[in-house]
Design a protein around this ligand. Structure first.
Ligand code: ADP
Ligand code: MG
Length: 581
């Protein structure tokens, strides 16, 4: 029994490619339980693929309400189903583009959906609301040369049913794995919300597996290079915290308290690995990742040096002042920043948009920004050195601006003086060495002197105003990778925005900037206010609201196309701000 859509496709066999455009619209399927929407048709076989949606009535899909009863549970449920859908697509070979020889060979035919990594993010590719569940995919409509292959297209449409049946109907999913997935994510989110009340900025579960297979493979390391086993995380008893999760019950792990925390230890003992896990702890992870329940303050920002970045009108005066030739650093701009200047700008920009924890690794910091030892201070007096090291500001940040810092520092004991907690990594095992570090600092004969500072140095932050004109794209906007957006003539470099994890986030950022350029509330307002306002819109709809075709989700706020596109993943405000600069 052919669907109307299949019949229409067969009728197009042998026509020129442009006739595919006639198919835009809504196509009910014979069993009455689902539909296909063809939202956008590619203009030729080589263009980006066409956009389609596969929608199953909830009366048939029967996904229990409990699995999508809150915004977070709905995100987790969609994440699970997307992974299943993606796996099924690959197993069934539907993603395999068939490439015949040369111009006249058959092209197209593959179906694709976003491919999630290890993090559970809100994404627009899967959508659940009271009336239906919908997968948003791409389909490369098949052709031979520029001629429609109607029979082949009809066959692909026919093959979608087994995919839909096995992925979007609750009875065919692994129900206990799905529930476990949703509950785990729910618990991770609950714990992150609880951190503040517990006086913590981060938590690392006992038993967590932190190292990854490689820089390009984010899955857990199974065996080390030498073939030995990976060391599971175990909290020192003095830092151990127990929590009772709503679903999974009691959980123990290391609590990192608010304040200044140092991670010290010899090279290769696992310091950076811990910090990297913490920086992704702003996201929830899939069960089995090893970093589920490595949970960090939602507004934690990795701060690094970024030589060569441009800086636009940022007040970096708390760190850099009286430059040679009297250049002003309260409104600092440059096309090509140095290591220390870029790191200062990254801090000030993150503060401006609400970062509450900084994560810093010596490996990616500018040395002259981090420290200046006693001997150097004797040689180069403070009034000849424009840079105020982070060491002198880290406590003020904490006490005056309420911003905690977790930093990896293997090379300078000066920080012992200003730390609240010192954790030593030794053979991948953390030890609480705070007491010993404080004794060493107290016994020092060279006393560390931190010059008097104006205690309000961070409280009178001058928020930058947004110039909507500068947000407009003067040309095509494209984000083919996670690391770079081509925004008209401007390249937005995201390589050093380390907490981005999926291409979909870059797409959302690219379209969010264009959307912001058009909002009337953007004009002349402070960047932080504009972003707050924008994220209010995003979060208001984080959980689908409305009726029928009116249902809206948070990511619809960045939507540029006239149809609901499936290629967005949620970016935090901090990453969007980092892209705007
Ligand atoms: P550091 O920053 O202290 O120099 P890294 O965090 O870069 O050390 O870790 C060094 C190496 O050890 C990396 O290759 C990493 O994959 C590996 N590693 C980290 N943690 C563990 C662990 N818990 N078990 C096994 N190997 C680990
Ligand atoms: Mg390191």
């Amino acid at each position: 029994d052919n669907s109307e859509l299949a019949t229409a496709l067969i009728r197009l066999e042998g026509y020129s490619y442009g006739y595919y455009k006639d198919l835009v619209g809504e196509w009910p399927m014979p069993n009455g339980e689902w539909k296909i929407f063809i939202d956008r048709v590619q203009s030729d076989p080589y263009a980006p693929p066409s956009q389609i949606r596969l929608r199953v009535n909830m009366a048939a899909a029967k996904i229990p309400h409990d699995l999508w009863s809150t915004s977070l549970r709905s995100t987790a449920c969609c994440d699970y189903i997307t992974r299943h859908f993606h796996r099924t697509l690959n197993d069934d070979g539907l993603t395999k583009a068939q490439r015949g020889g040369g111009w006249s060979g058959s092209k197209g035919g593959d179906v694709q959906i976003s491919n999630p990594g290890q993090q559970v993010l809100q994404r627009s590719c899967m959508f659940i609301c009271p009336e239906y569940i919908e997968a948003r995919c791409t389909l490369a409509l098949p052709a031979r040369g520029r001629t429609i292959e109607g029979y082949k297209a009809a066959e692909i449409i026919g093959n979608l049913w087994p995919l839909v049946r096995s992925s979007l109907y609750h009875d065919r999913l692994d129900q206990s794995a799905l529930k476990k997935h949703v509950d785990s994510v729910d618990d991770q989110g609950w714990l992150r919300d609880k951190l503040d009340e517990l006086g913590l900025v981060a938590f690392v579960r006992d038993g967590a597996i932190l190292p990854r297979r490689s820089g390009v493979d984010d899955r857990p390391l199974m065996k080390t290079n030498g073939g030995s086993d990976v060391v599971a995380f175990k909290s020192p008893s003095s830092l151990s915290v127990a929590v009772d999760l709503p679903h999974e019950g009691r959980l123990e792990g290391m609590g990192i308290r608010k304040g200044v925390t140092l991670i010290v230890g010899g090279g290769f003992h696992g310091k950076s690995t811990l910090l990297e896990a913490l920086q992704l702890g702003v996201y929830n992870h899939i069960p089995g990742d090893g970093r589920e329940f490595v949970v960090t303050d939602l507004n934690a920002m990795k701060i690094r040096a970024e030589d060569g970045r441009y800086i636009n009108n940022v007040d970096i005066s708390p760190f850099i002042s009286h430059l040679p030739l009297g250049r002003d650093t309260t409104q600092f701009s440059t096309e090509d920043a140095s290591g220390s200047t870029s790191q200062a700008a990254n801090i000030m920009e993150a503060l401006e948009v609400g970062a509450t924890t900084f994560l810093i690794d010596e490996d990616t910091s500018a040395t002259n920004f981090m420290i200046r030892d006693g001997r150097m201070q004797q040689l180069v007096s403070a009034d000849k050195e424009p840079i105020t090291p982070f060491l002198w500001r880290v406590r003020t940040l904490c006490e005056r601006a309420g911003v905690s810092t977790i930093m990896v520092i293997g090379g300078s004991g000066d920080y012992f003086h200003v730390a609240d907690t010192v954790i030593m990594m030794d053979q991948y095992v953390p030890y609480d060495v705070t007491k010993r570090a404080k004794e060493i600092a107290a016994a020092d004969d060279v006393h560390l002197t931190i010059p008097e500072v104006d205690e309000n140095i961070f409280s009178g932050l001058r928020g930058r105003c947004v110039d909507p004109y500068s947000l407009q794209a003067d040309g095509k906007v494209q984000s083919k990778s996670l690391r770079c957006i081509s925004y008209g003539w401007t390249e937005i470099e995201l390589t050093n925005v380390e907490q981005l994890v999926e291409t979909g986030q870059a797409r959302a950022i690219a379209d969010a900037i264009q959307t912001l350029a058009e909002k009337d509330y953007t004009r002349g307002r402070r960047l932080s206010d504009v972003l707050d306002r924008f994220y209010e819109e995003v979060h208001r709809h984080a959980y689908p609201t409305g009726r029928g075709d009116e249902y809206k989700t948070g990511l619809d706020a960045v939507q540029r196309a006239r149809y609901p596109a499936g290629y967005y993943s949620y970016p935090r405000k901090l990453e969007l701000a980092a892209a705007i600069k």
